[in-house]
Design a protein around this ligand. Structure first.
Ligand code: F6P
Length: 517
């Protein structure tokens, strides 16, 4: 069964939300706190090592009640079941969306067949292969140990593994990991100057094995490689991850890790696309990441919406996007290791929900996908945060913090987290005229500066707090955002799992290829 086709604006809850918005749009978060002193406890969900405090948003209990009935009217519960049960919810491509099966330990049936054994067998292969590369049992053509791996892929075949490895570099082993995605020759030039073909493993990752950038990069690298070690060495040093065995064979690669049609590109790092993750941090850590994601999957599937983190995040996002008319969302991880998380979330969110045609084929009459952006705190505080504090736009922000540091620099962590708390406080409450005036007086500064020293506050934030950055908690965090995006798509009545929008550019590039070459 496909997803329901319901125009959100026709629901009773939507109309009520519109009316309700008019009554509370000017209420400040500070006022909400005074009216609902228990907000911090009420608007807070604890889930194992991750918690969400959403009390510092421009909404009250009534808003929440209406948003929850909106989700109900849109038949979200059924949609979640359809996702997990492998219904063909990617209707425009006639596909199921089963990345959750990749991290489950339960049997999952697709088209009458239990796909668990296939998943397990690939996981076993990933484990054995990565163990053998890491401990030197599998060697290069000339008998040397593999010291470097190069992941050749783009989009979901690049971003997921790359950002996970980057985020979990604390857990990294001795193998150096490189990624090549952009077709720009500068990229290849730099890479080839850095690696030794005798000790490098090349993983060509492409679900379709037809993506222009990936194939061009793979071909150029293979040519360079053959020039140095000869054609016979190719099979020892080139492997593939793909759903297109035929094209892989044509390319001349034997060792192939399969992925399945029911795994979407941007959700594929939980499959063999994550091979480079397993090679970089070991299979056990890769598996812990799958377990963390699975924990979030279960929470998402089983928890009533009022305590369901991905659902709440999604409803809050819709509240701003469709009623306050905001158009971007900021993600601010207070961890240098997660600096690139926003780039990963950009693909998950914007490629999924950047759609303007609804599930009935008509143009939507409301805003859909948000612009997602971000960077690491505290660097952001010295760059773009000015716009949040004193600019004219409302930019709902997710603050992601960790209770414990991975290192012994506890003083640094304390200061980092006091910045985290201070920013949230400043955004929430600001600094009023009186406070700003007193401050100027105290510091003996020019009182003409007063208007410039006022901070309106009332800027919405979600505070996501995690015990510690581990493969498990990262898995939870990434699955949380995946589900948030899915829920948004369901509620906006759009198809989140195709990406026709990127096709036109590709077609035009193919057509003009001879001109470029
Ligand atoms: O450009 C869009 C896209 O289709 C992504 O969704 C996908 O992750 C990427 O291209 C790469 O595709 P492939 O794995 O088939 O090379």
């Amino acid at each position: 069964m496909p997803l329901h086709k319901i125009d959100p604006t026709t629901t009773v809850a939507w109309s009520k939300l519109k009316e309700h918005f008019e009554t509370i749009k000017d209420t400040t978060i500070d006022e909400f706190f005074r009216k609902e002193p228990l907000r911090s406890e009420l608007f807070n969900v604890e889930l194992n090592s991750l918690s969400l405090d959403y009390s510092k948003n421009r909404l009250d209990s009534k808003t929440l009640e209406l948003l929850l009935s909106f989700a109900k009217e849109m038949k979200l519960e059924e949609s979640i079941e359809k996702l997990f049960k492998g219904n063909l919810i990617n209707e425009t491509e006639n596909r199921a969306v089963l990345h959750t099966a990749l991290r489950s330990s339960e049997d999952v049936y697709f088209e009458g067949k239990n796909i668990r054994p296939d998943i397990e067998s690939v996981l076993t292969d990933i484990k054995q292969y990565s163990d053998n590369i890491i401990n030197g049992n599998i060697k290069g053509y000339t008998g040397k140990n593999i010291t470097d791996i190069v992941n050749i892929g783009i989009g979901g075949s690049d971003l997921g593994p790359q950002i996970v490895i980057d985020s979990l570099r604390f857990y990294k082993n001795h193998i150096k990991t490189h990624f090549i995605s952009n077709i720009d020759g500068d990229y290849i030039y730099d890479l080839l100057n850095e690696i030794n073909p005798e000790t490098t493993l090349f993983i060509v990752v492409s679900k379709t094995f037809k993506t222009q950038e990936t194939m061009a990069n793979a071909k150029s690298i293979r040519k360079w490689f053959i020039g140095l070690l000869g054609k016979e060495a190719v099979n020892t040093h080139f492997i593939a991850v793909s759903a297109n065995k035929e094209e892989v064979n044509k390319f001349g690669i034997e060792k192939t890790f399969p992925i399945w049609d029911w795994v979407g590109g941007r959700f594929s790092m939980w499959s063999a696309v994550g091979l480079s993750i397993s090679l970089s941090i070991g299979f056990d850590n890769f598996n812990k990441m799958l377990e963390g994601a699975n924990y979030m999957d279960k929470h998402f599937r089983q928890t009533p919406f009022k305590n369901n983190i991905p659902v709440l995040l999604s409803l809050i996002s819709i509240w701003y996007n469709n009623f306050f008319d905001t158009d971007s969302e900021l993600v601010l991880p207070y961890s240098q290791y997660l600096e690139r998380l926003p780039i990963y979330l950009q693909q998950i969110s914007m490629e999924s929900n950047g759609k303007s045609i609804d599930r009935t084929g008509h143009k939507v009459s409301y805003q859909t996908g948000n612009i997602v952006w971000g960077g690491a705190g505290t660097n952001a505080q010295h760059a773009f945060m000015q716009l949040l504090h004193q600019g004219t736009k409302i930019i709902p922000t997710d603050f992601i913090g960790f209770k414990n540091s991975l290192h012994q620099f506890n003083d640094h962590h304390r200061e980092l987290m006091s910045n985290y708390n201070a920013q949230i406080k400043a955004l929430t409450y600001g600094k009023n005229k009186q406070e700003a005036y007193l401050d100027l007086k105290l510091k003996k500064e020019n009182t003409n500066l007063l208007p410039h020293k006022i901070f309106e506050g009332n800027k919405p934030t979600n505070n996501i707090m995690i015990d510690k950055l581990t493969p498990y908690t990262l898995g939870m965090l990434l699955a949380m955002y995946e589900h948030k995006v899915f829920v948004q798509g369901v509620l906006w009545n759009i198809f989140s799992f195709d990406q026709f929008g990127v096709e036109l550019g590709k077609e035009l590039a193919y057509r003009s290829e001879p001109d470029i070459v």
